[in-house]
Design a protein around this ligand. Sequence first.
Ligand SMILES: [Zn+2]
Length: 427
Amino acid sequence: MVYKSPLKTYSNAKGEGRLFNVELVDSSGDINCTIFNDTVDTFFPVFEVGNLYFISRGTVKQRNGPKFTSSSNLYEMTLSQGSIVVPCSDEAGDIPVVSYSFRSLAEVSQLPDGELVDVIALLSKVSEVTSVPSKKDSTPLIKRLLTLTDDTGFSIDLTIWGETAEEWNHEGGNSVMALKNLKISDFNGRSLSTTRNSRWEFEPQVPRTHQLHNYASTQGLDNVQTLSRTVGSGTGPSPYKTLRDARDEATGAGGKAVFFSTMATVTFIKHDENAVLYYMSCPVPGCNKKVKVDEDTNMWFCPKCSKNYPNANARYVLNIKISDDTLSEFATLFNDAGEQLLGKEANDIRQMKESFDPELDFIFESIIEKRFNFKIKAVEETYQDELRVKFSIQSIDVLPGDAKVYISYLAESKNILEKITQLLSVK
Ligand SMILES: [Zn+2]
């Protein structure tokens, strides 16, 4: 027995109930075993993680319903009052260990949202605890992001929750973690989240552990591609700069990007009939590659997946002009920031545009003359043989709870106070 869940309660049409589950492993694989209601008190004290058991008169049935574990077993087991569980001494041989079916982070980048996976990776970074309002009733949820990196050249954020997040006491560095039953989600680009059946261990005794340590010491972890969007709300603050200061800093910086935040007013948004508002992208989550209509099949062709799809997703590419008291500049917005700005998905905008919906103009006009707290990237690029600083908006701070309040007065006040302090200390 390699895992025992806490006691859980549930309620359905038949009323309330209790259950717990254990994971059983032998040399042939693993199986999930659930114990319900009256039987809980009989077996809960009997099972101890790491012990060997003889089990008889269990019931095995085909697995159905929602998938709670990444086990590849098509069957699951239940125990009833007639079942017999007898601990046996470990002279029977080696105690099997947790069985994982690891996926590399490169594979995770290609799997659909909602899929459960096991991964083994280096714990490269541990972020601070934050709290987010729950979707259900807005009560605050405690969470923490762990960044995992492996030798396929990718890193990804893993969200852990509640007490586990609060009491987390491992530091980021190069420990190897094996994790079971993580859920893939499309939060912040692509990320992983723990579920109630997730568990993990450090430095598991498997060859991959040594390979990963080797990779970390020879290659380092700097040149990896992150699957999770690390900019935007929830991550560290970008320094506050005016548009002019950011432009000046990026000028002559040899293509080094300047990340900053600022409050600016939207003075123009390109949305005439010739304006590009979005591009059509691959429907596979995480791919987002631009797709074209395949002339033969009339389907969408993705050059990255080399596949035709009947549907494609619109993703924003918007051009807006923003102004503060120092400068007026064009800036580009991509999908996530576009959704924050317009409060709609690009697919909705596409539908409105294709049906010549007059409402569309109002949506764009409603943004004009509004102020926002932007997080922006400024970088010097060659454009038509000329060097110029290009601005792209990474995210917009929209205050939770009230999408109509665009300006974070608290953040803005802090910025102004900081500036005043600076001015005073110059004297
Ligand atoms: Zn694709």
